[in-house]
Design a protein around this ligand. Structure first.
Ligand SMILES: Nc1ncnc2c1ncn2[C@@H]1O[C@H](COP(=O)(O)OP(=O)(O)O)[C@@H](O)[C@H]1O
Ligand SMILES: [Mg+2]
Length: 370
């Protein structure tokens, strides 16, 4: 078990955030509402998070001097993305508490280590195998079958670094196109739906998970999330239990997201549905954005509370919630969204819309009937 540093912030203290995207921006906004300051570290001068904090460090993650100065300015350090280089985390952790603990990144940065970890907990995943050459890819296919999904072990996101392999595909070409020497092959899961659970864990072991979210992807990018997921209470309890078990096993402090597939067990024999874990994100997650307007406490606030050493909220959902991502040119329609009754619009302040770029999101809440 990873020991997490003990932190107890008071209003006015400063949180350091690594990464300056929309997640960092929304974390900083949640911190501000609780009277906490943030300083953002990002190599990108156009970081959306820079716009909402007074102090920003624009430097490379390998810039040790900049990291040290940043650490000196803050009381605790967190991150908005899982690919924080190990060396960066080490420099920072030597000076200030880093939460979630640096050790957790080692598990979640690598799909193979992550899957092994989930499996060891007795939680279901797609069948998978380590692949490091065309020969081992053939061996993995012999074991797992087709169709299957090949994924780079590291640095994949929004469907990048992965491909579906079907019967008859040219395996040498698939392997060359993936452009890595470390990958995993996963059985293709004919899922009924995709869900995720956002859970927060405090240093004292308190865990609070949000209602299960149902996720719809388009071109491998999250398009719409709905809460609650249209699944049975038993399945929702199972999904939340899995996320809570993972958070506890990691001795996690902060918010994490667990992406899962719902599958029909023995579909031909009309078996009951069950849940398989797809991946873990050691951070706030796009599928939890609905909590900003759809719950009494948001995923961003829960994360800030957890790393500040404050009690977590007990989230109460305000009704049925739909979150729609504004991706690429979708952003051009923001004025129309502004006039939709009941819609809450979030724009990330990014420059030019590029295809696939997350530019903002909209939440719509249908209040629960009393
Ligand atoms: N084994 C699988 N079987 C079926 N679909 C999959 C599988 N793995 C991934 N996918 C699909 O691809 C999407 C992206 O894969 P994921 O592993 O979550 O990577 P990313 O880091 O890009 O989010 C998933 O949300 C799911 O829709
Ligand atoms: Mg994913």
């Amino acid at each position: 078990m990873t020991a997490s540093p003990q932190v107890k912030l008071k209003p006015g203290d400063t949180i350091g955030i690594l990464g300056g995207g929309q997640l960092g921006r929304m974390l900083a906004m949640a911190a501000a509402r609780l009277g906490l300051r943030c300083q953002v570290f990002s190599p990108d001068p156009d970081s959306p998070a820079f716009d909402v904090v007074l102090n920003a460090t624009c430097a490379e993650y390998a810039d040790v001097e900049a990291l040290e100065l940043f650490a000196n300015d803050v009381d605790v350090i967190t991150y908005e993305f899982e690919n924080v280089p190990a060396a960066t985390a080490m420099v920072l952790a030597a000076r200030r508490p880093v939460l979630p603990a640096q050790k957790i990144l080692e598990t979640t940065q690598d799909r193979l280590i992550e899957k092994d970890f989930v499996k060891r907990l007795g939680i279901g995943t797609a069948d998978y195998a380590d692949v490091s050459s065309v020969e081992s890819l053939r061996a993995a296919i012999a074991k797992i079958g087709l169709p299957a999904v090949i994924k780079t072990r590291r640095f994949g996101y929004d469907g990048k670094g992965q491909a579906i392999i079907r019967q008859g595909d040219d395996l040498a070409k698939v392997w060359e196109d993936l452009g890595t020497r470390s990958a995993i092959l996963e059985a293709f899961i004919p899922f009924e739906r995709e869900i995720s659970v956002i859970a927060a864990r405090a240093a004292d072991g308190q865990v609070e998970s949000f209602d299960v979210t149902e996720n719809e992807h388009r071109d491998h990018i999250l398009r719409i999330s709905r809460a609650p997921a249209q699944i049975s209470e038993a399945l929702a309890a199972q999904a939340r239990g899995i996320a809570e078990q993972i958070a506890t096993a990691l001795n996690y402090v902060g918010v994490l997201a667990v992406e899962m597939f719902v599958v029909q067990e023995n579909a031909d024999q009309s078996g009951s549905p069950k849940v398989l874990v797809n991946e873990i994100a050691p951070r706030v997650h796009n599928s939890g954005h609905w909590t900003l307007d759809g719950a009494s406490v948001s995923q961003f606030e829960q994360h800030i509370r957890a790393i500040a050493g404050w009690p977590l909220g007990k989230p109460v959902r305000h009704g049925e919630v739909t979150m729609t991502n504004l991706i690429g040119d979708d952003i051009l329609g923001y004025e129309r969204w502004l006039t939709v009754p009941g819609a809450t619009v979030h724009l990330y302040g990014k420059g030019a819309p590029k295809p696939g770029r997350k530019m903002g999101h909209v939440t719509e809440v249908t209040p629960a009937r009393k």
